[in-house]
Design a binder for this molecule. Structure first.
Ligand SMILES: Cc1cc2nc3c(=O)[nH]c(=O)nc-3n(C[C@H](O)[C@H](O)[C@H](O)COP(=O)(O)OP(=O)(O)OC[C@H]3O[C@@H](n4cnc5c(N)ncnc54)[C@H](O)[C@@H]3O)c2cc1C
Length: 588
């Protein structure tokens, strides 16, 4: 059942085998899988509220708008690589976590991403081949909202029909779709058509797949915590509840390390602190920001740093909150002729209301999809890579950057019609930190993704922009894209004037990049998984926190390297495997 008050939970039960901190993407998977065995009692503690009735999160197209009521509303520290700007850093504050507010892109990453994880951890169970079973458990391939013929738009042989979370192709035909596919034919090379980017070989241009179920968002909450699962008598979910710390318990027989299986929580900053003990384990799934904050407040982190803050260190793990990695993201727009774009939906409230009615009554129309229809994954050429020594990508089948094509401007320009190309660096070298601003667990931590702090990332973004220009210079766009695609994105005010400009110098591009780049919200790495004897890292390949008993971390923080993909599919996969490992450890 789902409760919003502690006393409701207490009336139901007070004994739990597992306490899961965070009912987000990974936490929901664990809650579902562990309660498959009816004798296992699970409690989920989630800071945000219910997803039921949170309509703006259900409508796929509105993922581009901000929803502060479902957001932690974080802001980063000033980012040197972004011209000193502080930028918003979205995290889902709702059951389902970030899967309830994300862009719904479903990209698995490259085979190399998983093979690298296997190498780094020394655990062959992480190889691409060995994680296929977990993709299948997660994914339920679902027809698109408009039930169009999808032949040639994906490869059915690599998809699963009997997982839990819906994955689908676009359910509304955008007017630019044909031109995009035509570009792949006209240009070839790095633009070559890729039938299915989720095959482990993502390079090329293809149709985006999304976690959408018949025009509705399919999140971890709607799928793994659907009513048929939360009805289980052994699954208890307490929402509107903030975990403040994990506390040390007295040792169990045979313990050699401190046992951390008592969870402290509160329902408001000044309210009472409660405690609950997990008789088996605490599973920390608070995400790449929440997890290091809770670990540090619990005395798990760099001991001298913790002491300086007045926190008693329990185990010295200097990697907690380090290695923070994200994909820098830049939204670029070019004005187009005609008005068959989605721009008017944002600025015409009558149109928006009409389309919401179409969505709710018929499950159709442009609101059934996210804002991108196709992706391109590409690599830098060898001469550019040569400047940087080791290739930062996980392998030769892995991209350095990504382009996402939109039939409009998601930054909501007041007038005009556009084609948007979102550029991202998917193999970044920049690393940041999540540290404490205060020992008050209700205070936001210091979030510094350090985007574009490494020169490689700037250069890769520059190349991604140049590739966007090459894309729009294909003959098929000649009448459609107005102005000179080489330059228009540099100065939005010049777009309106539709003037032609000289090709920009790299310095101009770099200034544009630093002044406009933001986050993909793909935070990972702050509690990295490494081999047992590694000098770096926070968890071992079985998710157990190094140096303590009774505690595992299962969420996006465990990736030692960021996958070259939008991160939800990788998170679902690691959580499915974690559930499998935990069940076999306890003989369930
Ligand atoms: C705006 C946005 C767009 C994105 N777009 C995409 C996309 O299109 N495709 C894609 O693949 N990925 C996308 N991502 C990334 C992806 O959604 C995340 O990588 C993934 O959902 C992270 O899963 P997680 O389990 O690690 O964390 P989350 O899903 O964020 O779960 C963490 C949960 O813990 C809870 N929590 C945190 N602290 C506490 C505490 N102290 N006490 C109790 N509960 C707590 C949170 O409220 C949350 O519910 C996006 C993310 C965002 C935010």
């Amino acid at each position: 059942a789902i409760y919003d008050r502690v006393d409701q939970l207490r009336n139901a039960t007070t004994k739990f085998d597992f306490v899961i901190i965070g009912g987000g993407t990974a936490g929901s998977v664990l809650a579902n899988r562990l309660t498959e065995s009816a004798s296992v009692l699970v409690l989920v503690l989630e800071a945000g509220g219910s997803n039921i009735g949170a309509i703006p999160t259900q409508i796929p197209f509105f993922c581009t708008l901000s929803h502060p009521q479902y957001d932690w509303n974080y802001t980063t520290t000033p980012q040197e690589g972004l011209s000193g700007r502080e930028i918003p850093y979205t995290r889902g504050f709702i059951l389902g976590g970030s899967s309830s507010v994300n862009g719904m892109f479903y990209t698995r990453g490259s085979a190399d991403d998983y093979d690298r994880l296997a190498n780094v951890t020394g655990d062959p169970g992480w190889s691409w081949e060995n994680v296929q079973i977990y993709f299948r458990r997660n994914e339920k391939w679902t027809p698109p909202a408009d039930h169009h013929n999808t032949t040639g738009q994906y490869d059915p042989s690599i998809h699963s029909l009997d997982g839990i979370n819906s994955v689908s192709l676009a359910g509304f035909p955008q007017s630019i779709n044909e031109n995009i596919i035509r570009t792949a034919i006209e240009l070839g090379g790095i633009f070559q058509y890729n039938l299915d980017m989720n095959s482990g070989k993502p390079l090329g241009l293809g149709w985006l797949q999304t976690t959408i179920d018949g025009g509705n968002r399919s999140s971890a909450a709607t799928s793994y915590l659907g009513p048929e699962f939360t009805r289980r008598p052994n699954l208890h979910v307490l929402i509107d509840t903030r975990v403040t710390r994990i506390l040390q318990n007295r040792p169990s027989p045979g313990d050699r390390l401190p046992r951390l299986n008592v969870v402290e929580f509160a329902q408001n900053p000044d309210g009472p602190r409660y405690q609950v003990t997990a008789s088996r384990e605490v599973l920390l799934s608070a995400g790449a920001i929440g997890t290091p904050q809770i670990l540090l407040n619990s005395g798990i982190g760099n001991s001298s740093y913790l002491s300086s803050l007045g926190i008693t260190p329990i185990v010295n793990l200097p990697s907690v909150g380090q290695n923070f990695t994200d994909h820098p993201r830049l939204v670029n727009n070019w004005p187009v002729s005609g008005n068959r774009t989605f721009d008017d939906i944002y600025r015409n409230s009558n149109l928006s209301t009409f389309l919401q009615n179409v969505w709710s009554q018929d499950g159709k129309g442009p609101l059934v999809d996210t804002f991108v229809s196709h992706l391109l994954f590409a690599r830098l050429n060898a001469s550019i890579l040569g400047q940087f020594g080791e290739d930062p990508a996980a392998g030769v089948r892995s991209a350095h950057y990504e382009l996402g094509f939109s039939n409009g401007d998601i930054s909501v320009a007041p007038t005009g019609h556009f084609i948007g190309i979102t550029t991202r660096v998917v193999s970044p070298l920049s690393r940041g930190t999540v540290l404490l601003n205060s020992t008050n667990p209700f205070a936001a931590p210091l979030i510094s993704p350090n985007l574009l702090s490494n020169e490689f990332d700037l250069l890769a973004m520059r190349e991604a922009l140049k590739t966007s220009v090459k894309f729009l210079a294909a003959p098929v766009w000649k009448e459609y894209v107005l102005g000179n695609p080489d330059t228009v994105f540099l100065q939005p005010e010049m777009i309106a004037a539709k003037l032609g400009f000289k090709a920009p110098q790299d310095e101009q591009l770099d200034a544009y990049i630093r002044n406009n780049t933001g986050t993909s919200a793909h935070a990972v790495g702050t509690a990295a998984m490494t081999g047992q004897n590694s000098s770096f890292g926070v968890v071992n390949s079985d998710f157990k926190v190094k140096g303590v008993e009774g505690l595992r971390v299962v969420d996006a923080s465990i990736f030692p390297f960021i996958p070259s993909a939008h991160t939800q599919a990788p998170v679902y996969v690691i959580a499915e495997r974690a559930a499998d490992m935990i069940k076999s450890f306890w003989g369930d």
